[in-house]
Design a protein around this ligand. Structure first.
Ligand code: PRX
Length: 678
């Protein structure tokens, strides 16, 4: 069998069975794992007596990845042309390719192939911002929307390989636009419709997108958001943009020279459109996310590998059964929206909820009123939302009937014990599994999750616990050596390859390699730290780099500092995170001014916040701004963020050794000021 480092495998050549590959064995099996019946069945393996328990199938997925993934790819996806090479991967070189030679189309897999059996079933339930209003879209109606938009895009000159920016609220038209891009082979780049004009412009430019799809306005929490105005401002800075399609959400505004009404253009088109045949490795989409330095990066995902992984994880992590209603309340502007609002559920023929609103509008009972009304079996949300809701009291939950719920998922940040217990006991009434899932934009789908696992396997608070099929986590120390055994910590890496992993950073493959593959050669490095508990379960300890996680949104400290530094009174700044009750992490900015300045500090702080809002988004605004006389720097000029983090966390007694600083007195001056924050 080929080594795990570089294996180019042709189907048919690999052997069946349960041979162990030592470097892919995962730490710790616990006694409950012994051959209990598997809760989520694999029809593909039902006749193989060696593949009946979860543990057996998991080990098989690591030891025979080609057999495992090729079997599932063939049985679960619909191909126009079968693949001839299961994978061609070299993890040392960050070279990842799956299902070579195969051809397929994502929109066919998500929509067309369900038409015979599920044509009249609901594909999308649009839970609109207006309280209690929902719209149902069947698979047949979705197919018609997708085909009309596909024809419209083609008529306006959009071709295979072109990038299309989508700046839309979570809505049926947004999903149909994503799938229409996929149908004609264009690469969609969804930008969260809360990003500012400048942030949107940066993403449009980086992708060299010629086409933007947006709405006149968004509606969230009862407030109108002028999306078209933001797009106009962005497009004025982006010479690449040739056309903007505007969906009528509220009926506001007028169209300019290169603008087209999406509704009118769609109405002119036929609802039949032949799908483009895509190679497995053609890009399906790109999605921007923050890194520790530089501009946000356009993470690019392939077609076949991503689809298979999104489909597999949605089905098996949540034990999803056709006919159930899947309530992932993420916005489509984030990876969770891509994988668990759109692709995973639709590939599995699910009814998926599109949540346009926010969890406290009109009140903190929003999710649970929706759960009762839509009879949701699955909820998938963020710890920040849970922490916010639990503070509002149990009555907002208990007054609604939640008996339909089976699985309660959670993603994006650590799920603390209090929120876990509230979710399990109050929301789920102690009946449902609480599934804390760890993954990233780059991993395409869920990688560490308590389910699937053997029937009755324990689920503990505070950790995602177990790897998904095909995922071999590794904890690596500073020397790049894998830390073995249990009750240990390290950099969270993955040493196996899996189909859903990102292929590159759009336009900057070198940055991709430097970020994920160079730090620990032979491993994919996540940027997170983790602990393997005494029982062998994984617990995430947080980012190891300068990436903040604010309410589950990823932000680079450098992105915020760049904005602050542009204010003319500001000499330099340093941004760090600090523990925040609701948001998980808050943003604390240390700002050094250039000497004499006229503006009162509270006014300056407001101006700085306003600049961050305009240039990034409101969720990136610092919670705390401290005007510091200087920043603690080493003799080589590096800012010692460790010290700033302690000040921000209000732990001035734990600053540690400051003797290596160029000017240790700066620290005392900062500590003195730390009550005076704006
Ligand atoms: O730090 C980890 C945190 O979110 C990061 C990924 O962010 P993003 O690419 O925006 O994707 C979020 C949704 C998948 C990770 O590097 N994170 C994600 N899930 C968890 C988590 N931290 C702790 N526990 C989790 N379950």
């Amino acid at each position: 069998m080929a080594s795990s480092m570089h294996c180019k495998s042709i189907i048919g050549r690999c052997t069946v069975g349960l041979r162990r590959v030592n470097d892919l064995k995962v730490a710790a099996c616990t006694s409950w794992m012994q051959h209990r019946p598997l809760s989520t069945k694999f029809p593909e393996f039902q006749n193989n007596p060696q593949l009946q328990s979860h543990d057996q199938i998991y080990q098989f997925s690591l030891e025979n990845p080609d057999q495992f993934w090729s079997t599932l790819a063939r049985s679960r996806l619909q191909w126009s042309k079968d693949f001839d090479t299961v994978k061609d991967c070299d993890i040392i070189k960050g070279h990842i390719k799956w299902f070579l030679g195969g051809q397929l189309n994502a929109s066919v897999n998500c929509v067309d192939r369900h038409l015979d059996t599920l044509g009249d079933s609901t594909a999308l339930i649009w839970e609109k911002d207006e309280p209690g209003t929902e719209e149902h879209v069947s698979y047949r109606q979705l197919s018609q929307m997708v085909n009309r938009i596909s024809n419209m895009l083609k008529k306006h000159g959009v071709k295979k390989g072109d990038r299309v920016a989508i700046y839309l609220p979570t809505s049926p038209v947004a999903i149909a636009s994503m799938l229409a891009c996929a149908r004609i082979g264009a690469v969609h780049s969804v930008v969260f419709a809360g990003f500012s004009a400048e942030a949107l412009a940066g993403r449009i430019e980086d992708a060299k997108a010629e086409t933007v799809i947006t709405a006149d306005e968004g509606v969230r929490g009862g407030r109108k958001i002028p999306l078209k105005k933001v797009v106009d401002e962005s497009v004025s800075k982006c010479p690449s943009v040739k056309r903007v399609f505007v969906y009528r959400r509220t009926g506001m505004g007028t169209l300019g020279k290169n603008d087209f009404s999406l509704d009118d253009e769609m109405a002119k088109e036929s609802d039949v459109c032949d799908p483009e045949l895509m190679e497995s490795e053609d890009f399906l989409f790109m999605l921007y996310t923050s890194g520790s330095t530089g501009k946000p990066k356009g993470i690019a995902h392939s077609t076949a590998g991503y689809l298979l992984y999104a489909m597999m994880t949605q089905k098996h992590v949540f034990d999803y059964k056709v006919g159930e209603r899947f309530g992932c309340v993420a916005d489509i502007g984030w990876i969770t929206g891509h994988s668990y609002v759109v692709y995973g559920p639709l590939l599995n023929g699910a009814t998926t909820v599109l949540f346009e609103s926010n969890p406290i509008y009109p009140d903190a009972g929003k999710y649970w009123e929706m759960t009762e009304r839509l009879k949701l079996e699955h909820m998938y949300l963020s710890p920040t939302a849970l922490r916010m809701l639990l503070k509002e009291g149990d009555n907002f939950v208990t007054k609604y009937d939640r008996s339909s719920l089976r699985k309660l998922g959670c993603v994006g940040e650590p799920l603390n014990r209090e929120a876990f217990e509230w979710y399990r006991d109050v929301v789920g009434g102690g009946r449902c599994d609480v599934i804390d899932t760890w993954w990233q934009t780059e991993t395409g789908g869920i990688c560490i999750t308590p389910r699937p696992s053997e029937e009755g396997a324990p689920i503990l608070p505070g950790m995602p616990m177990r790897p998904f099929y095909g995922i071999a986590p590794a904890l690596v120390d500073q020397k790049g050596e894998e830390v073995t055994g249990n009750d240990v910590k390290g950099a969270l890496c993955i040493k196996s390859v899996w189909p859903g992993m990102a292929r590159t950073i759009y336009g900057d493959h070198q940055r991709f390699l430097n970020t994920y593959y160079t730090p620990y050669p032979g491993y994919y490095f996540s940027g997170d730290g983790a602990r393997r508990t005494k029982s062998g379960y994984y617990q995430i300890t947080g980012r190891m780099d300068d990436v903040l996680n604010v309410s589950g949104h990823r932000l680079g400290t450098a992105e915020i500092e760049d904005v602050l530094d542009d204010q003319e009174e500001v000499a330099e700044s340093a941004v760090v995170g600090y523990p925040h009750d609701i948001k998980g992490e808050g943003i604390y900015a240390f700002v050094v001014l250039k000497g004499e300045h006229d503006m009162p500090l509270d006014k300056l702080a407001n101006e700085l916040r306003g600049m961050v809002k305009t240039r990034i988004s409101s969720f990136a605004q610092p919670d705390m701004i401290l005007f510091a006389p200087g920043l603690p720097k080493t003799r080589s000029g590096k800012i010692m963020r460790r010290i700033l983090r302690k000040v921000a966390a209000n732990k001035p007694d734990e600053l540690g050794d400051t003797s290596t600083l160029f000017d240790p007195s700066v620290v005392d001056a900062i500590v003195e000021k730390h009550e005076e924050v704006y």
